[in-house]
Design a protein around this ligand. Structure first.
Ligand SMILES: [Zn+2]
Ligand SMILES: [Zn+2]
Length: 579
C-alpha cells in the first residue's frame, strides 16, 4: 500500500477506502472484508468496526476518530436513515471536485445538492440501473459503460423545496433541530423526525405535491423502482416541511382537503397520525397536532332538533343527556381518548377558577367551547382550544390593575340578570375588556375598571331594550309626555306595553314597550307645527280645520297641544277637504 490519497473533507469513509485500494491496484473490497471479519455490506454502507478502522489508520496514518467521523457509525442505529446498497450523487459536484462520494448523500432525507440546487441522482441516467458504491468510485456504469459524472440532475428552483432541504441538512449536521426555521419541530432528533415524516406520509398519501402539482405523493417506497426513490423522498420531505411550516395554517388546509375524502380512507390517515402520541419524543408535537386532527366534518354532530322530537321522548332524551354529560351540544368521535391534547371538564373548570362544571356546560351550550365525546361516553375538551379561550377571557395582563372582581361585577348587574356566560361572551366579542393582575391567571382573577362597568351598563340597557323594549321612563322621554299622559295613551289604546310585571297585590310594577310601537306612534301622531312643515299647510288652515271638526285631537285632550293623526289629515288631503 504505497499510494495514500488525501481524504476529502465531506467524503464518506467507504468512498475513501475504495479510492485507496483502487489506487493501489486492487479492484474489490470483498477480500479485505473477509480478512477483517467485517460484513462487506456494512462496509459498503459506510459502517466500520474498530478492527477495520485500526487497519486503515495503520495504512494511512489518519487517526481513528477522524476516520470514524467520515463513517455512518453514529447513524447505524437509526432505522431507515441510510440508503442501503445504493448510491445517489450530485453529478456537478463530481465534475467539479473529482470522483468521490460525499457522506451526506447516503442520508435518505438528503435529496438535493444545495450547492448546485440539483436533485441527487440515484440511478444511471443512461440505462436507469441503480448504482453501487464500488462502481460509482470507478465512475463507469457496468451495465452501459456510461460515465456517472457526465450526467446532470434536475435543477430545483422552488424556494420551499430548497428551504425544506436546508432545514433537513442542518438537522442532520447538528443531529437535533436547532434552527428557528420550523419552530414546531425545534429540539427534535433525527430519529424522531423520521418517525414523524413516516406517520405524516400516510396523511399526505394521495395528495398532490406542493413542489409539483402533477406529482401524487405515495406513502410507500417502491424498492424495485430505484429510479424514483430519491424523487419520492424529495417530495415527501418537502411536503412534510410544508405541512408544519407556518403552523397551523398549512396543516389546517390539508386537513380540510382530507375531510372531503371518504371516512374509510380518512380514518386510516388520521389513525396513522394518532400513533404519534406513543412516540415519546414527539409528544409535544402531537399535542399541537391532535386538536387539528378532529375536523368538523370528521365528527358526527349529535342530532338534537327539539321540535322534531315528541314531548315525551324529548323529556326522556334530555334526562339521558343529563346523566351522561349535562351539556346539550357535543361532538361524538369514534375514537379512543388520546393521551394528550384533551382535558376533562373538571380540569377546565379548575383552570378557569369556576366552581364546577355547570358553568362550563353553559359555555359549551353557548358554543364558546366544544365538548367531544369519545368512546365509552368520555367527555373531553380540546386543551388547545381551551387555552386559547382562557387567554382571551382573562384579558390583558397588568400587574397593578385594580377594579371590581368578577364576583363583584356580576353582583353589580344582578338587577339585569347578567349571567357569567353572557359576560364571557361580551369579553370574547371585545365589548368588555377586563385586565388580569396575575400572569397567566384564571378567569376568576380578572378585574374590571370603572369604564368597563359603564360600558357594560350601556350594553345591558341596550340588551334589555332589544329583548324587552323601552321602559316607561324612556317612552316618556321619547314621546315627550308625562306619566299621566302615558297611562292615558294606554287607556286610549294608542300605546300598549309589550310586557308587564305585577306585584302580588296586582299593582303594576314595571312595563316594557316595543320600540317599533313607539316608532309608529312618533310617525303617526304629529303636533300642529310638525304637520305644517311636513305637508306645507299654514297653521291657520289647520286650526280652522280643528274648529270646523274636520280634524280631531287624537290624544283627546291628554296634552295641552292638539295632536294630529296622519291618517286623518291624509284622508282630508285626498278629499281636498281642508279649505
Ligand atoms: Zn453538487
Ligand atoms: Zn448505466
Amino acid at each position: 500500500m504505497n499510494i495514500v490519497p488525501r481524504i476529502k473533507k465531506d467524503e464518506s469513509l467507504i468512498s475513501y477506502v475504495l479510492r485507496f485500494i483502487y489506487a493501489n491496484g486492487y479492484t474489490n473490497i470483498r477480500g479485505f472484508a473477509k480478512d477483517w471479519d467485517a460484513s462487506v455490506s456494512d462496509i459498503r454502507n459506510n459502517i466500520f468496526n474498530r478492527k477495520v478502522l485500526g487497519t486503515i489508520t495503520a495504512w494511512t496514518g489518519i487517526p481513528v476518530s477522524t476516520l470514524e467521523s467520515h463513517s455512518h457509525n453514529k447513524w447505524g442505529r437509526v432505522p431507515k436513515l441510510i440508503n442501503r446498497n445504493s448510491v445517489k450523487y450530485c453529478p456537478s459536484c463530481v465534475k467539479e471536485r473529482g470522483v468521490y462520494h460525499q457522506s451526506l448523500w447516503n442520508i435518505e432525507p438528503v435529496t438535493i445538492c444545495l450547492e448546485h440546487n440539483e436533485l441527487l441522482l440515484d440511478y444511471c441516467v443512461r440505462c436507469k440501473e441503480k448504482i453501487s458504491m464500488d462502481h460509482f468510485i470507478m465512475d463507469v456504469c457496468p451495465h452501459c459503460e456510461g460515465v456517472f459524472s457526465y450526467a446532470k440532475g434536475p435543477v430545483i428552483s422552488d424556494p420551499l423545496s430548497l428551504q425544506a432541504q436546508e432545514w433537513i441538512q442542518s438537522l442532520i449536521r447538528s443531529e437535533i433541530a436547532e434552527s428557528d426555521q420550523l419552530p414546531i419541530l425545534k429540539g427534535i432528533t433525527v430519529k424522531e423526525y423520521l418517525t414523524l415524516a413516516n406517520r405524516l406520509s400516510h396523511l399526505l398519501q394521495g395528495c398532490h405535491s406542493v413542489a409539483n402539482h402533477s406529482y401524487v405523493l405515495n406513502a410507500f417506497k417502491n424498492t424495485k423502482k430505484y429510479r424514483s426513490n430519491n424523487e419520492s423522498a424529495y417530495h415527501l420531505h418537502t411536503n412534510v416541511y410544508h405541512l408544519l411550516d407556518a403552523f397551523p395554517v398549512n396543516f389546517k388546509n390539508t386537513m380540510e382537503r382530507i375531510s372531503d375524502l371518504s371516512p374509510k380512507i380518512r380514518n386510516i390517515k388520521i389513525k396513522a397520525c394518532l400513533q404519534l402520541q406513543y412516540d415519546a419524543g414527539l409528544k409535544p408535537v402531537f399535542k399541537l397536532l391532535a386538536p387539528l386532527l378532529y375536523i368538523p366534518s370528521h365528527c358526527i354532530h349529535k342530532p338534537s332538533n327539539p321540535r322534531k322530537v315528541p314531548d315525551t321522548l324529548q323529556k326522556h332524551s334530555h334526562e339521558a343527556t343529563k346523566v351522561a354529560c349535562a351539556a346539550n351540544h357535543y361532538i361524538i368521535l369514534d375514537q379512543e381518548v388520546p393521551a394528550e391534547g384533551f382535558i376533562r371538564r373538571s380540569e377546565a373548570a379548575n383552570r378557569l377558577g369556576v366552581s364546577d362544571k355547570v358553568q362550563l356546560n353553559e359555555f359549551i351550550n353557548n358554543k364558546l367551547l366544544t365538548l367531544y365525546q369519545f368512546k365509552k361516553s368520555q367527555y373531553y375538551i380540546n386543551e388547545r382550544e381551551f387555552e386559547l379561550f382562557l387567554k382571551n377571557v382573562r384579558g390583558t395582563y397588568q400587574a397593578d390593575s385594580k377594579g371590581r372582581t368578577l364576583h363583584e361585577f356580576l353582583m353589580q348587574f344582578r338587577s339585569y340578570k347578567l349571567k357569567l356566560v353572557e359576560l364571557v361572551e361580551m369579553i370574547l366579542q371585545g365589548k368588555i375588556k377586563p385586565t388580569c393582575p396575575v400572569k397567566n391567571g384564571k378567569l376568576s382573577d380578572v378585574v374590571f375598571s370603572h369604564e368597563e362597568l359603564l360600558s357594560c351598563r350601556t350594553l345591558l340597557i341596550h340588551r334589555r331594550r332589544d329583548q324587552k323594549g323601552y321602559t316607561k321612563e324612556q317612552v316618556e322621554r321619547l314621546l315627550k309626555v308625562d306619566y299621566a299622559t302615558l297611562l292615558g295613551l294606554e287607556r286610549l289604546g294608542i300605546l300598549q306595553p309589550k310586557e308587564e310585571l305585577f306585584y302580588t297585590s296586582g299593582k303594576r310594577r314595571i312595563s316594557y314597550y316595543d320600540p317599533e310601537c313607539i316608532e309608529r306612534i312618533q310617525e303617526r301622531y304629529l303636533t300642529i307645527d310638525q304637520t305644517c312643515s311636513l305637508y306645507g299647510i299654514s297653521k291657520t288652515v289647520i286650526q280652522k280645520c280643528f274648529r270646523e271638526g274636520k280634524l280631531h285631537d287624537s290624544f283627546h285632550g291628554l296634552t295641552k297641544k292638539y295632536i294630529v293623526d296622519r291618517h286623518e289629515i291624509e284622508r282630508c288631503l285626498e278629499n281636498r277637504d281642508l279649505c
